[in-house]
Design a protein around this ligand. Structure first.
Ligand SMILES: [Cu+2]
Length: 338
């Protein structure tokens, strides 16, 4: 084997290993924690079992043929030449058709059971809007708007809680994917889709945009935070409050409101009502900044506002060229938005 191809194999192994790491980071599809993901998991087991059976039969026949019909020592006769066999041709046409039929039916059953789930009138309804390159999350019934984090109540047998997600896009096609909770569903401009989840375990479940949508597609991360009913209610109440207005952040506040940040961002209870970028009303209640690029800490917030492109190249937030004083005041104000 040539050295270059050995290297190629080495690098592919490395790539597969790295990919494995990433899959782990966004959640393992083999550990489903909600009904739609469980259905996908079961179909995938069926598909893998069928593929494994095909592999064993084909590899077995091939091995048998290699061993049984190999050239014998001193035997130079040409083997019998066979042209066509109706029986074999019918078999290798009919069997694959049957296999494809079974897989199609099994998949169609799951797809329709998932998509046709009726929405109960009291269900929690959330609208998720994909933007280049972040997620807008709206709770119309609660009048809450947030970004990149979906909070939902946990579903227990005693207290089932199904959350319905309306999926929309503000620009190009994106795809909503939380591997442990549900299969992928695309967010298509002017074509609302829907999905639902009934997460059965509290915790944070990670996902990512799963449809290439431009430079920062890979940094369009999403987290679903599954909480007890009490914690969820507490979160809702917190998000419904208007942004605080402490005296000590008054300068920062007026600084922020005097800048063109307000054209793109909303802070509830202020004159900032822009909707092009994420809602900042409760910015510090979120775990990350810019859809999971960096943890939400004051120094990262400062770096972000100073030069978004340095943190997330290609980001659609412009560098606002703030002076160091303006930057300090704006950061002080924003970091007070709990
Ligand atoms: Cu996307």
């Amino acid at each position: 084997m040539r050295a270059t191809s050995q290297f190629a194999i080495f690098w592919s192994f490395l790539a597969v290993a790295a990919y494995g790491q990433q899959v782990q980071a966004i959640g393992n599809i083999f550990k489903p924690k909600a009904t739609p993901a469980e259905s996908v998991y079961h179909v995938s087991l069926l598909v893998m079992a069928v593929c494994a059976a095909i592999f064993i039969v084909v590899a077995g026949l091939l091995t048998f043929a290699l061993v049984r019909f190999r050239r014998k020592c001193g035997d130079h006769r040409e083997p019998a030449q066979v042209y066509g066999s109706d029986r074999i041709e019918i078999a290798w046409t009919v069997i694959p058709i049957l296999i494809v039929f079974v897989l199609t039916m099994a998949t169609a059953r799951i797809v329709s059971a998932t998509l046709d789930k009726p929405i109960p009138s009291d269900a929690l309804k959330i609208t998720v809007v994909g933007h280049q390159w972040w997620w807008e999350i709206r709770y119309p019934a609660f009048r809450i708007v947030t970004a990149n984090e979906v909070h939902v109540p946990v579903s227990t047998t005693a207290n089932p809680a199904i959350t319905f997600l309306g999926l929309e896009s503000a620009d190009v096609a994106h795809s909503f994917w939380i591997p442990q909770l549900a299969g992928k569903t695309d967010l298509i401009p002017n074509h609302p889709n829907r999905m639902w989840i009934d997460p059965k375990q509290e915790g944070t479940f990670l996902g990512n945009c799963a449809e290439y949508c431009g430079t920062q597609h890979a940094n369009m991360r999403l987290r679903v935070i599954v909480q007890s009913r009490a914690d969820f209610a507490k979160w809702v109440a917190g998000q419904q409050q208007n942004a605080m207005t402490d005296a000590h952040i008054e300068t920062g506040r007026s600084q922020f409101l005097s800048l063109s940040c307000v054209n793109c961002h909303t802070v509830s209870g202020t004159a900032a009502i822009g909707t092009f970028g994420p809602d900042l009303s409760h910015l510090m209640s979120r775990d990350t900044l810019a859809a999971g690029v960096v943890p939400n800490r004051v120094n990262n917030l400062r770096e972000w506002i100073k030069d978004p492109d340095a943190v997330k190249p290609g980001s659609l937030m412009p560098n606002m060229q703030l002076t160091p004083e303006q930057l300090d005041e704006v950061v002080t104000y924003l970091s007070s938005l709990k």
